[in-house]
Design a protein. Structure first.
Length: 400
């Protein structure tokens, strides 16, 4: 092979070539249509007629925190919301300049990071208000805060019936700019639940304290996706949809009063085909047995990717435009599908969530089969699955 070593390199050594490949060519992929998310934002805004805080916590419900936030910002979202301070900092580091509210409860030692990254703080008790004041004063910078009122969720926030002194103290604080006051709905997914009307009334009562003390009314916000869909009296000055932005309904009881489109699909490819003989069992535990000679394909995704093991012998996938059942237990990295009298070849597309040749498997249906809510399916799909983005370039943010 001496001759070879004297030749000029026409192409990189195999190792270099490997290093230059796209980092992830895995056939199992999440496709995110960013234009649909922007379209859903427009549909929601037209429906409610007030500003929208786009909720992008938990990796934007599995769709990818930074690409989604960047696209929402370019599409003119009024504000973003995340769950905890690290998510907010990640957005700032990615160059997102839209206002960001951190929705979760705060720890005292985090307050400096909120202020230095220009993140709006949820203040959920008098004690936390004092901590924010102290940190802001020490930094010589006012903190922007939203006061959290508990109207029935019993998660975080000052109970509406004790809100008077809390609101007075916040308004009087020279180190806090009270930008908002808000609460969270516990039962708005269900249009028939009477709990929402009670929460609306308690929130209105709490907000009256601003009027009583002659303070300007800050932004009042209450509606999650369920509120947006079903309860116009929760819309107030701003709404906070999460799951609906991604085109998914929060609950089987929800009514599709806003025309949104699902932004995510989950696809893989057939990696193996075989015939399982009648009487032979499939996968761990041998929980499913072929009753006749059965054509079975293997799909290279499993619960290690966040595809729920609860779908074992319950879920369905699309192959060649037809719906086929998952058979046997879902493994960490693979599962098996009975394709009946259908045919399939290696590398055929398998749709786990989404559409194929006019057939659809919505994430809401997957959640029902798995015995959970669509939220848990979406956010469970983890970093092992590469995300491909459609429609991002046309709305790329302009340089500052
Ligand atoms: C997650 C969350 C939302 C969004 O909820 P969806 O049901 O996804 O619309 C709104 N507000 C708060 C406080 C939240 O924690």
């Amino acid at each position: 092979m001496g001759a070879m070593s004297t030749q000029p390199h026409a192409s990189p050594e195999p190792d270099d070539r490997e290093a230059a490949r796209p980092i992830d060519e895995r056939p199992t992929r999440i496709r995110v249509d960013l234009e649909r998310i922007a379209g859903n934002l427009r549909a929601i805004r037209a429906h409610v007629g007030v500003p929208v805080m786009g909720i992008v916590k938990a990796n934007a419900y599995g769709h990818g925190l930074v690409p989604v936030a960047r696209h929402l910002q370019a599409a003119g979202v009024d504000q973003l919301g995340v769950a905890f301070v690290e998510e907010g900092i990640a957005l700032r580091r990615a160059g997102i300049r839209a206002p960001i509210l951190v929705l979760g409860g705060i720890f005292g030692h985090q307050i400096g990071r909120f202020i230095s990254h220009d993140l709006e703080i949820t203040v959920s008790s008098l004690d936390k208000l004092r901590q924010v004041e102290a940190a802001a004063e020490a930094m010589g910078r006012r903190a922007v805060v939203h006061l959290k009122i508990d109207t029935g969720m019993e998660r975080i926030g000052v109970h509406s019936y004790s809100a008077g002194p809390f609101i007075e103290a916040a308004v009087a604080s020279p180190w806090c700019e009270v930008k908002g006051v808000y609460s969270h709905l516990a039962c708005a997914d269900d249009p028939a639940s009477p709990a929402t009307a009670a929460q609306v009334a308690r929130f209105a009562e709490a907000c009256e304290h601003f009027t009583r003390i002659g303070a300007p009314m800050p932004l009042r916000h209450l509606a999650n996706s369920g509120g947006v869909l079903h309860f116009p009296d929760t819309w107030l000055d701003m709404v906070r949809p999460g799951i609906l932005l991604y085109g998914v309904l929060p609950d089987p009881a929800s009514r599709p009063t806003v025309a949104v489109q699902p932004a995510m699909s989950l696809v893989s490819q057939v990696v193996y085909f075989k015939v399982v003989k009648a009487g032979h069992a499939v996968s761990y535990g041998g929980t499913w047995t072929a009753t006749r000679d059965t054509r079975v394909v293997t799909v290279p995704i499993g619960y290690g990717d966040g595809y729920p093991r609860a779908l074992s012998s319950r879920g369905e996938v699309l192959v060649r435009g037809r719906r086929h059942p998952i058979v046997g237990r879902i493994c960490m990295d693979q599962f098996m599908v009975d394709i009946g009298d259908g045919s399939a070849w290696n590398e055929d597309e398998v749709v786990l969530v989404g559409t194929q040749e006019g057939e659809a498997i919505p994430v809401e249906a997957v959640a029902l089969q798995a015995g959970t809510v669509p939220y848990e399916i979406l956010v469970g799909l983890n970093e092992r699955i590469p995300r491909d983005y459609l429609g991002g370039a046309s709305l790329a943010p302009v340089a500052a």
